[in-house]
Design a protein around this ligand. Structure first.
Ligand SMILES: Cc1ncc(COP(=O)(O)O)c(C=O)c1O
Length: 409
């Protein structure tokens, strides 16, 4: 047997039995309440990351916790062999909120996207297209399974995992001419698949005009419009789903992250053109639609509605952006501050991964994506006072970082 390659082993892991798949900060979180979390040494942090857009209701929400406790006492899991009343209840809510007609439940974002990709391919096969193609985007992120990383537009995510899944045609975002060119040259296209706001790619939004043009093109060409709202959906932008700002509807919408407020869940919601493409035996999931996840989804939507969290996301998000614009106005290294409710990106003119650790040192949890974009995805319960605190901690860190000599690029 070969000796382990020392260069491939983690330097000083505090978790030697956990595989080395993440670059982690050197502390462990133990518990939380609202938008505050504490580490195992008792240090407090303000959470402006929300588990990467997952903790919609923050931590230990006083109405979510007892509801989940009650559900655990009744039933956590049962197989999809039986009628699922809680699945029906959550599916009906999601259909009502989206104007779509049917839902399939799974456990994560990539699974929701896998289901969408299968629907697109079978939609094509059902109309006699043997080698269906799906239009995908530069800088997109759809997950880390072999199919979803193939749809992803990031060479780093794909590196080392070839051969990639075929059947994807890639175009730049917001470029109508590019997609019309594909329409005119690729007869096998069956669907367009994109994030309404690219999250991992750096908080890049599709324009209203572009989304409307896509809807028109999909109708003309009999393509499916598939909008990945895994990160930007579930109230984050101030509407239930980000595409609703453009007044259009998709045919297929994958969801996950914030839908269960921390309990793993995924869903793909379909309109009438896509809802009956898959039949018994075409797709499934052991855990998908389990009663605990369904209850988490139902309670999350109920609490969001009762507490006006869509309006809160819009108001507090606007206050955050205004605060950063004010505090960072004179910093020459700021490329752009982009905000869509509580999905906020501050793009710098240089790589800024080290801000993650600096913010944590200062008691704030954030993310950096696409190397140069500071990203905030706080719980939708964030208050105006907490937003001011986020700005007060983060803006000086960014200013100091930009004022320091550039050490790497
Ligand atoms: C837009 C989008 N789609 C899909 C995924 C994958 O979701 P998951 O990590 O739950 O598989 C992510 C995760 O960041 C995402 O942002």
């Amino acid at each position: 047997m070969n000796a382990p390659d020392a260069a491939r082993l983690p330097a000083a892991a505090a978790t030697p039995h956990v595989m080395n798949t993440y670059g982690r900060l050197p502390f462990a979180l133990s518990h939380g309440r609202g938008c505050r979390v504490w580490d195992t040494d008792g240090r407090e942090y303000l959470d402006a990351l929300g588990g990467i857009a997952v903790n919609t209701l923050g931590h230990a929400h006083p109405r979510l916790v007892p509801a989940l406790q009650e559900q655990i006492g009744k039933m956590i899991h049962c197989s999809n062999y039986y009628q699922p009343p809680l699945q029906e209840q959550l599916a009906a809510r999601l259909c009502e909120l989206s104007g779509l007609s049917n839902a399939f439940f799974c456990n994560s974002g990539l699974e929701a996207n896998e289901a969408a990709l299968k629907i697109a391919r079978k939609f094509g096969h059902d109309k006699g297209i043997e080698r269906p193609e799906i239009i995908v985007y530069e800088k997109a992120f759809h997950g880390r399974s072999i199919a979803t990383l193939s749809a992803t537009g990031n060479a780093k995510v794909q590196a080392g995992f070839g051969p990639l899944v075929e059947g994807f045609v890639r175009v730049p975002l917001n470029d109508v001419a590019a997609i019309e060119e594909v329409a005119n040259t690729r007869p096998g296209v069956v669907a367009v698949f994109l994030e309404v706001i690219q999250g991992e790619g750096g908080i890049n939004a599709t324009t209203t005009e572009y989304l409307r043009a896509l809807r028109r093109l999909c109708d003309e060409r009999d393509w499916l419009l598939m909008l990945d709202e895994v990160q930007c959906g579930i109230g984050r932008t101030g509407k239930w789903f980000a595409h609703q700002w453009a007044g259009i509807q998709p045919d297929v919408m994958p969801l996950a992250k914030g839908l269960g407020s921390g309990v793993p869940i995924g869903a793909v919601i379909c309109g009438p053109r896509a809802a009956w493409v898959l039949g018994p035996g075409n797709h499934g999931s052991t855990f998908g639609g389990n009663p605990l996840a369904m209850r988490a989804g139902i309670e999350t939507l109920d609490i969001m509605q009762a507490d006006g969290l869509l309006a809160n996301a819009a108001t507090v998000g606007a206050a955050l952006v205004a605060g950063f614009e004010r505090e960072l106005a004179d910093s020459p290294g700021i490329v752009e501050i982009r905000g869509h409710g509580l999905m906020i990106g501050i793009e710098l003119d240089r790589s800024c991964g080290e801000l993650l650790g600096a913010a944590a040192e200062a008691g704030l949890l954030i993310s950096v994506t696409a190397e140069r974009v500071v990203r905030l995805l706080p719980p939708l319960i964030l208050t105006l006072a907490e937003a001011s605190e986020v700005v007060a901690i983060l803006a000086p860190l960014i200013r100091d970082f930009l004022a320091a000599p550039v050490t790497s690029e």
